[in-house]
Design a protein around this ligand. Sequence first.
Ligand code: AMP
Length: 173
Amino acid sequence: MFRFQRAQCALEFDYKPDRTLSFGASIPRRASMADTIFGKIIAGQIPCHKVYEDDRVLAFLDINPLTRGHTLVIPKEPAPTLDQLSDESAAALGRVLPRICRAVIAATGVREYNVLENNGPGAHQAVFHVHFHIIPRPGSNEGLGLRWAARSLDQGEAAELVQSITAALQKAP
Ligand code: AMP
């Protein structure tokens, strides 16, 4: 469990060091299925190493795994980012994610892992179709590298945020 009392507020990844981040770059709105590589995989136009499929969800091995067993779990709905995904697809993903995690643990023998979902180029997203990474963490030098530089939560800011987030949720649940 993370402690939320550290110096600065930034979560930095040190995976894919060759990737150029593009903060503030535009995120595509709803894509058509053919727009991304994952859309093409869902359509069967390009192959993948499939490990799971149902009506709404597909899971397959990442082509450039961080560690052995690195698996991607995607909705069939072509939503670019999580906030644009329907409740139905979100529920379908949530229903199977733990099961696929258990299968990855069983297959790799690695009990610790990260589940990662990037949204936007500045947040390391390269493929604009929602996907959850399941990344086994066999050792401290393997898997997802994280620098979690948190700061203390300011009480005034917290109250303001609670108000604005709850108001937003009431407006557009
Ligand atoms: P992200 O940075 O979260 O957008 O991650 C995209 C992931 O998709 C990367 O880890 C890629 O290795 C992976 N990827 C890209 N193309 C394919 C593909 N054809 N099959 C499997 N994984 C892919």
